[in-house]
Design a protein. Structure first.
Ligand code: BEZ
Length: 214
């Protein structure tokens, strides 16, 4: 079982995908990345998830994020399944799906949780920053489809907090006020946040959201 943690370098790999052979780092280039696993081809929840991601392509592109899916079935199976996804989800799958038949990538990223299922992957999500380190890990069981609006929201927070000394409060959405990092003194905050800030408590200072960089 992989012991990957936030801040670790995302392991690089070569893989067969529905769009040809790829090297993970070359595929990401200077972009952010999402690597996410699906238990199996031709399954209902996975079909809706991949269709949703394809329909959100523009949202990922706006955030400079490259998407890479994984399923432990083979290439021929992926090709047939993609036709079904396109037909039923009213979309065109527009990102590669890894054919991880030997579970090389699944094992590298700890996507198989034997007590849940000893052969299929769970629904893992890894968000990788432009420095190739792991910024976010989320794990869902096979029975629960992911919320990709939440994933976009989290990416907005990750990108905002990567470049500004702020953090995002509960239920924050892009455009809403953020909190100033506790490590920033009031003197520094006066210079850093020209729109000003409100001190609710000395440790809780709210400021309008700074500009989002990617
Ligand atoms: C699904 O994608 O629908 C699914 C896959 C594996 C187990 C349960 C559901």
């Amino acid at each position: 079982m992989s012991e990957l943690k936030l801040g670790d370098k995302a392991p690089n790999f070569d893989a067969e995908t529905s769009e040809g052979k790829i090297n993970f780092y070359d595929y990401l280039g200077d972009s952010w990345g999402i690597l996410f696993s699906h238990p199996a081809d031709y399954t209902p929840v996975c079909t809706t998830e991949l269709g949703t991601v394809a329909n959100y392509k523009k949202e990922f592109e706006k955030r400079n994020v490259k998407v890479l899916a994984l399923s432990v079935d083979g290439l021929e199976s992926h090709k047939g399944w993609i036709k079904d996804i396109n037909e039923t989800q009213n979309t065109t799958v527009n990102f590669p799906i890894i054919a991880d038949e030997d579970r090389k990538v699944s094992n590298l990223y700890g996507m198989i949780h034997p007590k849940a299922d000893d052969t299929l992957t769970v629904r893992s999500v890894y968000v990788i920053g432009t420095d190739k380190t792991i910024k976010l890990m989320i794990t869902y069981p096979a029975s629960t489809g992911r919320n990709f609006d939440e994933l976009l929201r989290v990416i907005d927070s990750l990108q905002l907090t990567a470049y500004n000394k702020v953090a995002t409060p509960a239920n924050w959405k892009n455009g809403e006020d953020v909190v100033i990092s506790p490590s920033v003194t009031n003197e520094e905050a006066d210079k850093m946040f020209p729109k000003g800030y409100k001190t609710v408590k000395p440790y809780l200072r709210m400021t309008p959201q700074p500009e989002l960089k990617k």
